[in-house]
Design a protein around this ligand. Sequence first.
Ligand code: GAR
Length: 189
Amino acid sequence: MKRIAIFASGNGSNAENVINYFQQHRCGGEVALVICNKPDAAVLDRAARLGVDAVVMPRAEINDPDKLLPVLDEYGVDVIVLAGFLLMVPGFLIESYRNRIVNIHPSLLPKYGGKGMYGRHIHEAVVAAGERETGITVHFVSEGCDEGEVIFQASVPVAEDDTPADVEAKIHELERLHFPRVIRETFID
Ligand code: GAR
């Protein structure tokens, strides 16, 4: 059984979807743990409701190998999934889990990636630029922000009158459809 830790910072719709998927498909993977850097994040309620342990670790603890690595060891974590995790991943974690950390990014990287490009900011930029297409990217996490090897992309049309909220809804639907399966195919099958 591959044990997955999800790192998240906020709402947690992707975290919930991934937890549900691995609880429903007995496929050799399970979400063992959620790590969250915000004590009031909705993802913590979702994890509790689904019976998954969650640990709140502020940024300073996530950046401290002596704090983070023992927690991952205690839970026997094999792979890490970033799902709406808004902090930079510390270098020691990338080294310890080389090619075992994936992120979902709500744009067609390399477009709309890098510092400051997250969540609604991306959808606002996509609409402002008049893009007729956007999408999601699942990629390995490397030292450069949003620069790791791409594993999977899916796109969706942007209508002329779409608002950033409309685009966000389309993106969440793409994420819901694809993210758990891509994690499974990357690490488990
Ligand atoms: C998701 O759309 C995810 O792709 C994005 O934040 C949202 C989190 O939603 N991640 C990034 O922008 C990372 N740069 P959620 O908390 O409901 O899963």
